[in-house]
Design a protein around this ligand. Structure first.
Ligand SMILES: [Zn+2]
Length: 441
């Protein structure tokens, strides 16, 4: 076997089911996969001879983070609207989006900016929900991030200028164009049960099932949303989705803040995945998702950041730290949600939600070489007693030094290798006054 890359002397946090940790170990990469995790002495001279060797002494090597709910394109509107409840906030954001996103190239710019931010912070896989998903896929392919996205479903005309009649065709075209790319995930993504009616949700589920794709939707995020669905359909959001046969192991529900015990059981029994977005829920005052209850019931809970307008950045480290912290206060129990559970929510659970547990989410032989090197030499990160506690509670996005996706290096010593940041900056400078002017219109 030809070994292309050896990363040695690292503390390897595998994020495997048993949370194995290897001190002063190495990983050997062949092509896009991890050939094996090895002790240094077990590497042969032949393997060393043909490989690029990285000395990662003093660093943690771990799987790339899996961000299961983001809106990369919304980086264009970062900080535009603040201190508003979700419904008013959405109206203002949608007004700006309708002006700016009618141009597909602006969607592309937002995607590039978002992907740059994610890669620098150590996210190697992202589920993104945005207008012009073809632009998102193209930006992801060029940048080298592993993208999960798909056709949007929305009853009204969308911010991209397309009507709802166009959506099924657009969704099917995405499966045709990107479905055979083994580095990507394609699905269908209705915005929410209050913005996509039962018929559109049924079609989205059907297209996802026909193509073995995922189905993702915002669900049970706010009390107002629950009230709206109760008035329209005389049931709750999760029961409504269940009635539409939308709950399954290929389903990814973003938020699930307002769910009762019976709904949690429905999600657990159907194998439905839930994305927890703690910063977005805190900032928009959506509430505290019952994550400890969902974990106890056996729901696969994963982590996301939501977009940069509901949290201002897409920082999975902050997401981990908040997920591991806020439920302690909310439940009056400091033992609730362990560091190990939190780390799995950002790695292996995400892989499971994508139906890709066999190839992603941990550092194990045969899996894709999606990994990051985290520098733990900063004053905020010493001393280190338990590396997993350390990653969850002390480390930050700025500690990520190097990022690899499928064996390809995309960040080296905190520099993006695949994205032209100066170009993004100048394109954004031209667009910024147009975005700002939407507030006055
Ligand atoms: Zn969202």
């Amino acid at each position: 076997m030809n070994i292309d890359l050896i990363v040695k002397n690292a503390t390897i946090i595998t994020c495997s089911q048993d949370h194995e940790i290897h001190e002063n170990a190495a990983i050997l990469v062949s092509g896009n996969r991890i050939e094996r995790v090895s002790m240094i002495d077990d590497i042969t001279a032949q393997e060393l001879a043909g490989a690029r060797v990285i000395d990662a002494a003093g660093k943690i090597l771990m799987p790339g983070l899996i961000n299961m709910h983001a809106h990369c394109g919304d980086t264009l509107f970062r900080g535009l609207v603040e201190n508003s409840p979700l419904e008013i906030w959405l109206q203002t954001v949608w007004k700006a989006q309708a002006v700016v996103l009618a141009e597909a190239e602006n969607c592309r710019l937002g995607s590039e900016l978002g992907i740059a931010e994610l890669l620098l912070g150590g996210t190697t896989t992202v589920m993104d929900n945005y207008w012009s998903p073809d632009q998102t896929f193209e930006a992801a392919i060029d940048a080298g991030i592993r993208m999960a996205t798909g056709g949007i479903f929305f009853d009204e005309d969308g911010m991209d200028g397309h009507s709802s009649e166009h959506r099924p065709t657009q969704a099917r075209e995405l499966f045709d164009r990107y479905g055979n790319n083994s580095e990507l995930f394609v699905g269908t993504m209705p915005h929410g049960t209050y913005t996509a009616g039962p018929e559109n949700i049924r079609i989205a589920v059907e297209i996802a099932n026909q193509n073995n794709g995922f189905f993702s939707i915002h669900a049970a995020e706010t009390k107002v949303e629950q009230q709206t669905i109760l008035e329209r359909y005389q049931t709750s959001v999760i029961r409504h989705l269940n009635n539409l046969n939308a709950l399954s192991p290929r389903t990814v529900l973003a938020h699930c803040v307002h769910v009762d015990d019976e709904e949690i059981d429905l999600m657990a029994q159907s194998g439905t995945n839930v994305v927890h977005n703690p910063l977005s829920n805190l900032k928009l005052a959506s509430g505290f998702a019952p994550v400890p209850k969902m974990l106890d019931a056996g729901v696969n809970v994963v982590l996301g950041t939501d977009g940069a307008i509901s949290g201002n950045d897409m920082d999975m480290w902050l997401s981990m730290r908040l997920a591991a912290t806020i439920h302690k206060a909310a439940s009056d129990n400091p033992a609730v949600i362990s560091s190990r559970e939190t780390l799995h929510m950002a790695t292996l659970n995400g892989a499971r939600a994508l139906g890709a547990e066999d190839i992603l989410g941990s550092i194990e032989a045969g899996k894709r070489a999606d990994f990051i090197l985290v520098d733990i030499s900063g004053p905020h990160a010493m001393p280190m007693f338990d590396p997993i506690n350390h990653l969850v509670f002390s480390a930050s996005k700025n500690d990520v030094r190097d990022v690899f996706v499928s064996g390809r290096q995309v960040v080296e010593n905190r520099q993006l290798l695949t994205i032209d940041m100066a170009g993004i900056q100048s394109r954004l400078a031209r667009l910024q006054p147009i975005i700002y002017a939407t507030l006055q219109s």
